[in-house]
Design a protein around this ligand. Structure first.
Ligand code: ADE
Length: 249
């Protein structure tokens, strides 16, 4: 997967992505990240990328020519898409990450200031994307979030023992709790079932914990989750437990 990131802060993409899982993916050649400095495509000697809004008002707007020029400089692959990061976009989620991971190239346009000139949206942008209902100072952090979430889904990026399939949201539920050594920490013990060696029991316990957690924290996710008849039965039990105030496990 190739990511081309149009930004006025290209250095933000030179360090962060080189660490951890993403760093390894780049080393292995599975992911490429090319920052493009929008300022390099400004038309004036001062390399201006923003200007005052027509019609007046607060703030500055990103000029169309530098972004247009920067986009034209990017070599396009067959299966590529141009995204604009903006709080006005459709909400990024795991389903969108999966869709994007099937492409060869994602071109990310990072807006700053009050936004980008509307004609860039009309002429060049395939999809506008927001990472959540809050306003960042620019699209750069949002671009890093998308690069990270999409890269994890590319075959070979996660090592053998880790699987994106097991992550939260892969089947629409939140993850179960995790424990490692020591068995007891600050008076809190690891649940007995995890020490039992009974893989089927452990699987059931984890599934029940995932369902409980999702019901408690993100009940909205249950509507879209892929649930088996066994899950639905478990869920009913969990709901009864919660209503009855019975404390278990
Ligand atoms: N730019 C500013 N805020 C943003 C957000 N929430 N998502 C994507 N891009 C943004």
């Amino acid at each position: 997967m190739r990511f081309d990131v149009l930004t006025i802060f290209p250095s933000l993409f030179e360090h962060h992505p080189r660490e951890g899982i993403l760093g390894k993916a780049i080393e292995k050649g599975l992911v490429e990240i090319y920052p493009v400095n929008i300022r390099d495509y400004a038309l004036d000697p001062h390399r201006t990328t923003d200007d005052r809004p027509y019609g007046g008002g607060e703030g500055m707007v990103m000029k169309p020519e530098p972004i247009y020029g920067a986009l034209e400089s990017v070599e396009r692959k067959d299966r590529s898409i141009v995204l604009l990061l903006t709080p006005q976009g459709e909400r990024f989620d795991q389903a969108m990450a999966r869709e994007l991971a099937a492409l060869e190239q994602i071109i990310l346009v990072c807006g700053r200031y009050e936004g980008v000139d509307e004609r860039i949206r009309e002429l060049c942008i395939d999809r506008e994307v927001s990472i959540g209902d809050y306003v960042l100072s620019g699209g750069e952090l949002a671009a890093l979030v998308i690069i990270d979430a999409v890269s994890r889904l590319i075959p070979g990026v996660l090592g053998g023992e880790r699987s994106a399939e097991e992550d939260s949201f892969s089947d629409g539920l939140l993850e179960y709790p995790h424990y490692t050594r020591p068995r007891e920490f600050q008076g809190l013990r690891v649940p007995e079932v995890l020490l039992s060696g009974d893989h089927e029991k452990i699987r059931q316990w984890r599934r029940a914990e995932s369902l409980k957690r999702t019901l408690a924290r993100r009940p909205d996710l249950l509507e879209k989750a892929r649930l088996t008849p066994q899950d639905l039965a478990l869920l009913e039990e969990v709901k009864k437990e919660l209503q009855g105030g019975v404390h278990q496990g």
